[in-house]
Design a binder for this molecule. Structure first.
Ligand SMILES: C[S@@+](CC[C@H](N)C(=O)[O-])C[C@H]1O[C@@H](n2cnc3c(N)ncnc32)[C@H](O)[C@@H]1O
Length: 215
């Protein structure tokens, strides 16, 4: 299924951007798939698979796909992580972002919040060898850890849940890294600074925001 999806996307790209661009892009995707498999297995014990049927919500929109390592590398090149930061992946799926943080050699406390029970249970078992990693099953907003300082989101929420998430952050001094930043409105009304950290070099393009508390 994933292969068919890639082929369809390659066809669309070919029509829009031509052969050279599509070839460079496809080579990048293939290399990234191999690298991703290696890192997933090394840190999380198994590849993080896309599963468009798995979702913590019933809206069938915010499903279990994972951030690509090369995009995480680009994003976190612009986001400083301090040793005392408590890193939270909001909607952690199978743990790709935790793998990425571990692969950087970080020993910070890391918390994965995942609404899907089976996915969270499997992740909890896989990461139990890391004393600094905790997986919490349940609604991410209801279980938002008060110790969290840096929150990563890859489009997990509907607009309504995003409103609840921002309200649950309260007045804390948090940094939010929001990849595929579809619902920024709740951050526009409060005391937040939104910085565009999206990327587009003609081959790779994505939207992302770095959101910090304005003081
Ligand atoms: C797009 S995936 C991102 C996975 C991972 N963060 C990454 O970037 O590789 C979003 C995940 O959020 C989870 N999710 C969606 N809504 C949630 C909620 N309200 N509480 C907890 N998890 C949720 C989904 O089950 C899914 O695994």
């Amino acid at each position: 299924m994933q292969a068919i999806d890639y082929l369809k996307r390659a066809g669309t790209r070919l029509r829009a951007k031509g052969w050279r661009n599509t070839a460079t892009y496809s080579l990048g995707v293939a290399t990234e798939l191999v690298r991703a498999c290696v890192l997933d297995v090394r840190y999380g014990g198994k590849p993080c698979l896309t599963d468009l049927k798995t979702n913590a919500n019933d809206d069938h929109r915010h499903t279990m796909v994972h951030s690509d390592y090369h995009i995480l590398r680009k994003i976190f090149a612009t986001v400083p992580i301090a040793p005392q930061d408590v890193l939270v992946d909001v909607g952690c799926g199978e743990g790709r972002v935790i793998n990425f943080w571990l692969s950087l050699g970080l020993t910070n406390a890391m918390i994965g919040l995942e609404g899907n029970e089976a996915v969270a249970d499997r992740a909890r078992r896989r990461y139990r060898k890391y004393p600094n990693v905790t997986i919490i099953q349940g609604d991410a907003v209801d279980n938002l850890p008060s110790s969290g300082t840096l929150f990563y989101l890859y489009n997990p929420f509907s607009p309504q849940t995003m409103e609840r998430f921002v309200a649950a952050l309260g007045e804390r001094d948090a940094t939010i890294v929001y990849y595929i930043d579809n619902y920024l409105n709740p951050f526009r009304t409060g005391s937040w600074t939104i910085c565009d950290i999206g990327y587009d070099d003609g081959i790779l393009e994505y939207r992302a925001s770095l959101i910090t508390r304005r003081r």
